[in-house]
Design a protein around this ligand. Structure first.
Ligand code: PRX
Length: 651
């Protein structure tokens, strides 16, 4: 494995800064104690964290009920996420936080809002009452399809207040993709906006919702936030304006006392089949996991201005834009637009303007900034920053070093955090106070998390050999299932080994026990830190009437990590052409969203297959990345196919 070799050459190591460590929430001693406790007794560790970081209406009877592959955490306990994110910061000893900024928001055009905890509480109560008035009850699903505006956080928290699980669909997904998710979740109500701003232009969301929910009887109501002022069609009896509903809603709404295992949200993510999986998360364990990791990894403190750049449509937006920081009583910064509008220094300008202290972003963004040039961050005062984070894909050591040097100005610890939609919260990560970092390594499992590198057969792989990443003990933020598909939950995550979670990533450990994540081992691509299944893109392609067959693979890309390459066999009388290429790219965008748009489409008369008819993706991957053909090709059904592909490649 050449990747492993190159990473093994990484000798640089950065020790925690003693000044940082002294002031950290978890100093060296505390971190060492918790690590020991987490290894010896994960349940005791998590119970301690649950007491420290979460407020409960009723205590639990049992910390963990583990009937593989089903876990229940904090059995019998009752709590509420919005209570933890809001009410408790307004009461008793913490009442001073009433007027602290909960959310600082800036829109792409430069408009901004600062929302205090007391104000956010009122807004959330109001919207919870709107939901109730529109017939949403505990257990009913609400889909959110929104830009990065404060109303997205308000809607999320309002759902949690009344126990209605939300399912957020990223605003970049198409109407088709939205429809699939709305139908699968059985949503009763959809919250959206007329649109949002991107690259200086308004884009439409409500119009997509209209197409998505047309004929979907379960959807009784669509609530629309006015953000851009663009024209929208409001269907009478179904659609209503957010501001009109809110104007008359009461600011009082007691939080529902929910079981620790009450469904909190469903979030769809790509898998190896064409159909996205509705990953289900519940209440008490999830809250424990994300608050503990916020305190320990981001070292969230009262005076921080914390900025996680993820969109609320992804898991990072759920756990580390909204729920984690607010439950910790922190100030979260939110930005609506793209990083490079109106200029390549927008982010750095925002950091200087708002005094951002913690920045948590993705390697794809870092690589974009590297390409744009050091002069843009250099022009701004970034001295408020004290900690940097990375998530979503492996960060290449050179991007890590740039982040350290140019953004962190060699002062800020970097936490490279490995986790997934399914894990709910961070799993493998440095602790900034106590774990020396190596560029490119996510370092060690978080205390209370037990990870290993296993072979296909479940044998532990000796360092420094590569193998499959495995989580060997249940953890509080883990997914509780796939919405409506129990079998898929068992098959995807729990069938490779016995009672051990399979995340689908390859990894290896070095001699110090540090984990180095190598990327996906299944047919899932990681594009700009977001998962797209090859099958999803293939299904979208073959749904076009000029495509007979399609195979999709990823090839390494300097900016996005992976770029999508599609091999397409056109139907009988269709001519391959540049025009067809652009038609198909647009078609995939319409079916799934711009994130799945192939970077390249190659036409072929037929695809290389094994005798049993399986497409040989390994070969296609090699061809797509311009590598020499590797490995055994004797199982190819049609050698001429391979030859013609190579020819077209060389031509
Ligand atoms: O392959 C791993 C990669 O992203 C996948 C999870 O994607 P998603 O569910 O969309 O969640 C992304 C945000 C948590 C993982 O299976 N990944 C995530 N973080 C890292 C990573 N790969 C390497 N290093 C990371 N820090």
């Amino acid at each position: 494995m050449p990747d492993i070799e190159s990473l093994l050459k990484e000798k640089r190591i950065f020790k925690p800064d003693s000044q940082f460590t002294r002031k950290a929430n978890w100093n060296k001693k505390v971190a060492a104690e918790y690590r020991k406790l987490g290894e010896k007794n994960p349940q005791l560790f998590w119970a301690k964290m649950a007491k420290e970081h979460v407020s409960w209406f009723t205590p639990w009877k049992k910390v963990l009920d583990w009937k593989p592959p089903y876990a229940k955490w904090f059995v019998g306990a009752k709590t509420n996420v919005s209570y933890n994110c809001l009410d408790r910061h307004l009461e008793g000893d913490d009442a001073w936080r009433r007027n602290k900024a909960a959310i600082i928001w800036e829109g792409e055009p430069g408009d901004s809002r600062v929302i205090t905890y007391a104000e956010l509480h009122r807004e959330v109560c109001r919207f919870a009452n709107v939901l109730k008035a529109r017939g949403v009850k505990k257990g009913d699903r609400v889909v959110l399809y929104m830009p990065m505006i404060p109303e997205a956080a308000v809607a999320m928290l309002a759902c949690t207040r009344i126990g209605a699980p939300h399912s957020i669909v990223f605003g970049g997904f198409s109407a088709e993709a939205l429809r699939d998710r709305v139908v699968d979740a059985g949503a009763k109500l959809v919250v959206t906006s007329d649109g949002g701003f991107r690259k200086g232009e308004p884009f439409a969301l409500k119009r997509q919702v209209d197409a998505a929910v047309d004929g979907v009887a379960a959807v009784e109501c669509v609530v629309v936030v006015r953000r851009t002022g663009q024209d929208v069609e409001m269907r009478s009896g179904r659609d209503c304006w957010w501001h009109e509903e809110m104007a008359t809603a009461s600011t009082k709404c007691p939080p529902a006392k929910l079981d620790a295992e009450h469904p909190l949200f469903i979030l769809y993510t790509s898998g190896t089949t064409g159909k996205p999986k509705g990953v289900l998360h519940t209440t008490g364990g999830y809250l424990t996991h994300i608050t503990t990791t916020c305190k320990a990894i981001f070292d969230l403190q009262e005076t921080d201005v914390y900025w996680c750049t993820a969109d609320v449509g992804w898991i990072t937006g759920h756990s580390y834009v909204v729920y984690g920081p607010l439950a910790c009583g922190a100030t979260a910064f939110m930005y609506e637009g793209v990083p490079t509008h109106p200029g390549p220094d927008r982010w750095w300008q925002l950091i200087a303007k708002w005094g951002v202290t913690i920045l948590y972003t993705a390697p794809t963004a870092i690589r974009t900034f590297i390409r744009l040039g050091d002069e843009h961050p250099r022009r701004h005062d970034l001295s408020s920053l004290r900690l940097l984070g990375s998530v979503g894909e492996p960060i290449n050591p050179e991007a890590w070093m740039w982040y350290h040097r140019v953004i962190g100005r060699k002062r800020c610890p970097i936490v490279d955090t490995w986790w997934q939609t399914e894990t709910g919260g961070i799993m493998i990560t440095p602790l900034p106070s106590s774990v020396p970092t190596k560029p490119g390594s996510a370092t060690l499992p978080f205390p209370g998390i037990q990870a290993a590198i296993l072979s296909e057969e479940g044998e532990e792989v000796e360092p420094p050999n590569g193998g499959l990443l495995a989580i060997t003990h249940p953890w509080p933020g883990m997914l509780r299932g796939i919405w409506g598909d129990e079998q898929r939950y068992r098959d995807t995550y729990w069938s490779k080994w016995t009672n051990t979670y399979f995340p689908g990533d390859g990894a290896h450990r070095d001699k110090q026990g540090y984990f180095w994540i190598m990327g996906r081992v299944d047919d899932v691509m990681n594009i700009s830190g977001h998962r797209i299944g090859t099958m999803e893109v293939e299904s979208a392609l073959v749904s076009h009437n000029s495509v007979a067959e399609a195979a999709v693979v990823g090839r390494p890309d300097e900016i996005t990590g992976t770029a999508i390459v599609a091999f397409v066999t056109p139907t009988g009388d269709t001519e391959s052409s540049d025009a067809l290429t652009s038609v198909l790219k647009t078609h995939v965008t319409a079916e799934i969203g711009a994130i799945a748009r192939p970077a390249e489409i190659r036409f072929t008369n037929s695809l290389p297959k094994t005798r049993s008819g399986k497409i040989m993706r390994r070969l296609l991957r090699n061809i797509a990345s311009g590598d020499e053909l590797a490995g055994d090709t004797s199982t190819l059904e049609d050698f001429s196919v391979l030859a013609s592909l190579r020819e077209s490649d060389e031509g």
